[in-house]
Design a binder for this molecule. Structure first.
Ligand SMILES: *Cc1c(COP(=O)(O)O)cnc(C)c1O
Length: 392
């Protein structure tokens, strides 16, 4: 890693530009995914949620290890197919466009989640027009949370899924729709849950809900998609999701899972740990008695610390060469705020973490940046289309 950073710095210096890069260890990502996959029962399907990191090299590293990709837009579909032309693809999301649905059906998307009556009708209409059938999972927004984490998708008032009270109506419409095959339920509920025991309790609640809907509405439940949401340890306090315990719990539930394909689609937990955001220090200074460092980069490239609301860990890679004809400035043994170059006081990556020494020209490296780093920080999140620019 350090070697890659130093060669990156050398290349940047040749252009007289500061160094700023995302570095992904794609071999480590593939190894990690292989380990998680191997722990699961064979009846489980492991998909990768592309939105966590859709860099082509990352998708290519994961393609041979996972069973397919979870996507939410035509853009993500194209990236998934570029990594593996035959990859199994599951299309989710509360706002599917007509164009994206048609692209998905023509490209052989295996499963669509259905988030509303409109979503269902649109899928049925496009499938009819294109002479295909759509295999669907109904996404349920349950009355009460099934599990809790940092972002709650269902079990409360959100834009996600079908309200449990409206489920009889949507289920009946789905079962009657001429170009739709209902395969089961989609229950992605949460993000960044650190607790394997509560995630197993969530699986039990999903199984109970599936049994209830099967009995009450004659809903097929061959496929149960429990989404992602497995937590990672950003603060280093050791509270990481115990995947082996989770996988053992699934093995223990093999009787309850008979006849059900359990789809698991993590994003964050597959890629977070093997990505690094590196940024060169452009200036260090004191204002109002506090120390600041200004970096090449900022929240437009790495918004994750803002979203998590905590000081992100970082390390300093000291760079001894200093080719510029001015004195080099430094901070010593002091808490420092690491800021970006966006010209707004909001552009703060960490507020007060103590550094031993930090000089202009050194590199700050933020670990745990492989998921929702570059992706959530810019206008290409979920690879959705850009707006038009109109004038009057
Ligand atoms: C975002 C998302 C995922 C992945 O979530 P992680 O928290 O990154 O594991 C899986 N499924 C759906 C439907 C999603 O929206």
């Amino acid at each position: 890693m350090a070697e890659r950073i130093h060669s990156g710095i050398a290349a940047a210096r040749e252009r007289a530009e500061p160094f700023c890069a995302y570095v992904h260890d794609t071999a480590a990502i593939a190894d990690h995914a292989r380990r998680l996959r191997a722990a699961l029962p064979d009846a489980c399907t492991l998909l990768y949620a592309v939105k966590a990191n859709s860099r082509p090299e990352v998708l290519s590293a994961l393609a041979p290890v996972v069973d397919g990709f979870e996507i939410s837009s035509g853009g993500e579909l194209r990236k998934a197919r570029a990594a593996d032309g035959d990859a199994r693809v599951v299309f989710n999301g509360p706002g599917k466009s007509w164009a994206a649905v048609e692209e998905g059906l023509r490209a052989g998307v295996d499963l669509f989640n259905v988030e509303s009556l409109t979503d269902l009708a649109r899928l049925d209409a496009v499938a009819g027009r294109t002479g295909t059938r759509a295999r669907v999972l109904l996404r349920v927004n349950t009355r009460r949370p099934l599990v809790t984490g940092t972002h709650q998708m269902v079990g409360e008032a959100t834009q996600f899924g079908i309200d449990e009270d409206q489920l009889p109506q949507v289920a009946a419409a789905a079962l009657a729709a001429p170009h739709i095959d209902v395969e089961g339920l989609h229950l992605h509920s949460v993000s960044n849950n650190p607790d394997a025991a509560s995630h197993l309790a969530f699986v039990d609640r999903c199984l109970a809900l599936a049994a209830e809907l099967r009995a009450r509405h004659g809903l097929p439940t061959r496929v149960l998609d429990i989404g992602g949401g497995f937590g990672v340890d950003y603060s280093g306090d050791g509270r990481h999701f115990d995947w082996d315990a989770f996988a053992r719990g699934l093995h223990d539930r093999s009787a309850a899972l008979t006849g059900i394909e359990l789809v698991i689609e993590p994003g964050r937990s597959l890629v977070a740990e093997h990505g690094f955001y590196c940024a060169e220090v452009l200036d260090v200074k004191h204002n109002h008695g506090r120390a600041f460092a200004v970096l090449r980069g900022g929240i437009h490239q790495f918004r994750l610390p803002k979203v998590l609301g905590a000081d992100h860990p970082f390390t300093v890679v000291g760079v001894d060469s200093w080719p510029w004809p001015v004195d080099r400035t430094e901070l010593r043994d002091t808490p420092v705020a690491l800021c970006g170059e966006l010209g707004t006081p909001a552009d703060v990556l960490t507020r007060a973490t103590r550094v031993g020494r930090l000089r202009t020209g050194d590199i700050v490296v933020f670990p745990m940046a492989g998921a929702y780093g570059w992706e959530i920080s810019h206008r290409d999140f979920l690879s959705h289309p850009h707006p038009d620019f109109l004038t009057t």
